[in-house]
Design a protein around this ligand. Structure first.
Ligand SMILES: Cc1cc2nc3c(=O)[nH]c(=O)nc-3n(C[C@H](O)[C@H](O)[C@H](O)COP(=O)(O)OP(=O)(O)OC[C@H]3O[C@@H](n4cnc5c(N)ncnc54)[C@H](O)[C@@H]3O)c2cc1C
Length: 410
């Protein structure tokens, strides 16, 4: 059977309908209502992923985190509910060329051509990067909030722990917003304290990064809170493997020494990787698998009319949904400028965020730019100190802002 369909053409094709793809499509429609935009993305449900951390702490349901994707696609955009399997960029001419078309191929045999292609399919869990991870997460003793279907299992595991070792790993390998791996620790610790079990539980964080956020002031707050709780922290190590049968994690330090960490409950922020078809298209930065765009303009370094943002892009800063608030208007402005033969003037400053609740009432919101300077949303106050208002904002207000403003391109 020949599944090949005739080629269709649009002005812009957006690959991926996550936070990045939907917010950008909506923004482009607002900025230039005449643009003919197609979105290619397979999932029928849209997940507000930051809420998964609260699902994993018994403070939200998965139902609250998900809505039908059909309701998120901006009016006027064409949605192909298919997966991209191949991208063929237009030949590199060496000169700025706004007319060459790129080809997008889907698993339904569709070929779509467009002069601008925005590649934002995120990253996915690299289950094979950590031997034993899959087997461990199939048991009741290990889980990850990074897989939506496992988030409520995280809470079952943590709430039922009476004593023993609770281990929390945080990968440095392409994991989105990795510091939220501290959320299950702090929220579970508060639960164990209220239940009178905290002193029976030894908590350990195995962090592949050298610190938790890009903001020193927030790191100090987090470190002092971890110290007060008696949490053992190992940073700059590599999580090498997990043994699901004997229930231990093996790490290796920079001197090559291996250490085994027994666990009774294990939460993992797993290594992630880019999509193979991105590497095959020749648009990834070697070694990272992420798309090799100019970190400021979000336009590809070599291929005219190829763009990226969100988790799939190599942006020289920690990826986060919060960072997309700044990336979306920049990409929209620059894409429209290129189509009109104008210079790419908008710049992304590397803004990123890490919201860390330190108990079930207070949250530290770290915000920083590419230079590691604090980038305050509210100029008159630093949110990098524990506050009740930011906790309530993160859990209750931010999801509403996401559905009703960010995904509407506002
Ligand atoms: C558990 C968790 C907690 C988080 N907490 C926070 C937080 O508190 N604050 C914060 O700022 N950020 C947080 N983040 C990070 C934030 O969710 C991501 O940075 C953000 O979702 C990135 O959006 P994206 O659109 O780039 O990628 P994604 O959200 O991954 O979307 C990618 C889209 O592409 C689609 N796709 C995949 N493959 C293909 C293909 N082959 N063809 C077409 N489409 C494809 C997918 O179906 C998906 O719709 C968290 C992430 C996780 C996992």
């Amino acid at each position: 059977m020949n599944l090949t369909r005739p080629e269709t053409t649009h002005d812009v094709v957006i690959i991926g309908a996550g936070n990045a793809g939907i917010a950008l499509a909506a923004r482009l429609r607002r900025d230039d209502p005449d643009l003919d935009i197609a979105i290619v993305s397979p999932e029928g449900l849209h997940t507000y992923r930051p809420l998964l951390s609260y699902v994993g702490a018994g403070l939200a349901t998965l139902r609250r985190a998900q809505r039908p994707q059909s309701k998120q696609i901006p009016a006027g955009c064409t949605w192909y509910r298919e997966s991209v399997v191949e991208l063929t960029p237009a030949p590199v001419s060496g000169e700025v060329d706004a007319t060459s078309a790129h080809q997008v191929h889907t698993n339904a045999g569709r070929r779509i051509s467009a002069t601008d292609v925005v590649v934002c399919p995120g990253t996915h869990i690299d289950w094979d990067a950590t031997p034993g991870l899959r087997q461990a997460c199939a048991s009741p003793h290990a889980s990850t909030n990074y897989e939506p279907t496992m988030a409520s299992a995280t809470w079952d595991m943590l709430k039922n722990l009476r004593q023993g070792n609770a281990v929390f790993t945080i990968s440095s390998r392409n994991a989105p917003c990795p510091s939220v791996g501290l959320k299950p620790l702090f929220l579970a610790a508060d639960h164990w304290r209220r239940e009178g079990r905290l002193e029976n539980i030894t908590m350990t964080v195995l962090n592949e990064n050298s610190d938790f956020t890009g903001l020193p002031r927030a790191n100090n707050e987090i470190d002092s809170r971890l110290r007060r709780l008696g949490v053992h922290v190992r940073s700059g190590i590599t999580v090498e493997s997990i043994d699901a049968d004997s229930r231990h994690v093996t790490t290796r330090d920079i001197d090559g020494n291996a250490t085994h960490w027994p666990y009774d409950a294990l939460h993992v922020v797993p290594a992630h990787r880019g999509h193979d078809w991105v590497a095959d298209a020749g648009i990834a930065r070697p070694g990272t698998g992420q798309i090799d765009v100019d970190e400021r303009t979000l336009h590809h370094r070599r291929n005219d009319g190829i763009w990226s943002l969100g988790d799939a892009a190599q942006l020289g800063t920690a990826s986060s949904g919060g960072g997309l608030r700044r990336q979306v208007p920049v990409l929209s402005d620059n894409l429209i400028a290129r189509r009109n033969g104008k210079p790419l003037a908008a710049r992304y400053d590397g803004y990123s965020v890490a919201p860390i609740p330190i108990d079930r009432r207070h949250l530290i919101l770290a915000e920083w730019d590419r230079q590691g300077h604090e980038e305050k949303t509210l100029s008159f106050i630093s949110l990098a100190r524990p506050r009740m208002a930011t906790f309530a904002f993160d859990l209750f207000a931010q999801p509403l802002i996401y559905w009703h403003r960010l995904l509407k391109g506002k």
